[in-house]
Design a protein around this ligand. Structure first.
Ligand code: FES
Length: 300
């Protein structure tokens, strides 16, 4: 018997926002749908969003889930969390925040929160007509777990975003390794590689004189400290995530509140690089350095 929180049980027995959203001819409103998982693998989630076009606000959210107690509770929690947010705000929701909303999930059920976060991303990317990032692409020879259809890029992403350290945790978060087990050695190799790359990225620009990451409300920084902090946040918090997805970023220049960066590898070629900039880099720098920063990509 799983040790579920009261919130998980409440949303399982009385799920909020279950169902679909009726097509509407209401002017200025559009629907978006995101679908992840498969019934064959045990869990599937279809998320429906009603979006006010002018403000980019989510007016309503509904879900249809095939899965266990925690899959239903996670889906219901997600729909409650996104209502009233803009699409950019919603994209910042992490799988950990979905789990936190529920008062926690058993680690073996964390894949349900990952499924929710991925369905949200899929719905918003569909709405914006952006091709899904490569972690959704299992058709390019990067399939690691054939039992559950999980790609290398998806495994790398979940390791970085949740700071996972062993294959059992990866199984808990994305199911990979939970079938025949023949992919477990590959998952170990990926974990080792992600950690090594993250270590290199953090060391490349290490300097004992750099200021620590701090909230925007801290004492104003000098220009030199500000640029150093931007570099530090890019190296320690942004680059490991991009490297895990086959990309990278380099700080090119800082002019006032404009941060110019060079996107490299998969990020530079990716059709969703604008979203990558806004979400992964600008939001992180605004959070850690200054809410006025604007990130702009420059060509090498
Ligand atoms: S290939 Fe991953 S569990 Fe079988």
């Amino acid at each position: 018997m799983w040790d579920y929180t009261d919130k998980v049980l409440e949303l399982f027995y009385n799920p909020k926002n279950q169902g679909t959203i009726e097509e509407t001819d209401q002017p200025g409103v559009k629907l978006a749908t995101g679908e992840v998982g498969s019934i064959a693998c045990g869990d599937a989630l279809r998320l429906h969003l009603k979006v006010e076009v002018e403000s980019d606000k989510i007016l309503d959210a509904r879900f249809q889930t095939f899965g266990c107690t925690s899959a239903i509770a996670s889906s219901s929690a997600l729909t409650e969390m996104v209502k009233g947010l803009t699409l950019d705000q919603a994209l910042k929701i992490s799988n950990q925040e979905i789990a936190d909303y529920l008062g926690g999930l058993p680690e073996a059920k964390m894949h349900c929160s990952v499924m929710g976060q991925e369905a949200l991303e899929a719905a918003i990317y569909n709405y914006r007509g952006i091709a899904l990032p490569s972690h959704e692409d299992d058709d390019e020879g990067t399939l690691i777990c054939s039992c559950f259809g999980v790609s290398e890029s998806k495994i790398r992403r979940v390791i970085v975003e949740n700071n996972l350290t062993d294959a059992e945790q990866v199984t808990n978060y994305v199911k990979a390794g939970g079938g025949c087990g023949s992919c477990l050695a590959n998952i170990d190799d990926i974990i080792r590689d992600v950690k090594e790359k993250a270590g290199v990225a953090a060391q490349n620009h290490h300097s004992p004189g750099l200021p620590q990451s701090q909230p925007p409300s801290a004492k104003p920084l000098t220009n030199v400290q500000r640029i150093a902090l931007i570099q530090k946040v890019l190296d320690e918090e942004v680059r490991p995530v991009l490297i895990a997805d086959g990309g990278d970023v380099e700080l090119y220049d800082v002019e006032g509140d404009k941060v110019k960066v060079l996107l490299q590898g998969a990020c530079g070629a990716c059709s969703s690089s604008t979203a990558t900039l806004k979400i992964a880099i600008e939001a992180r720098l605004q959070d850690r350095v200054s809410k006025n920063l604007v990130v702009e990509a420059v060509q090498p």
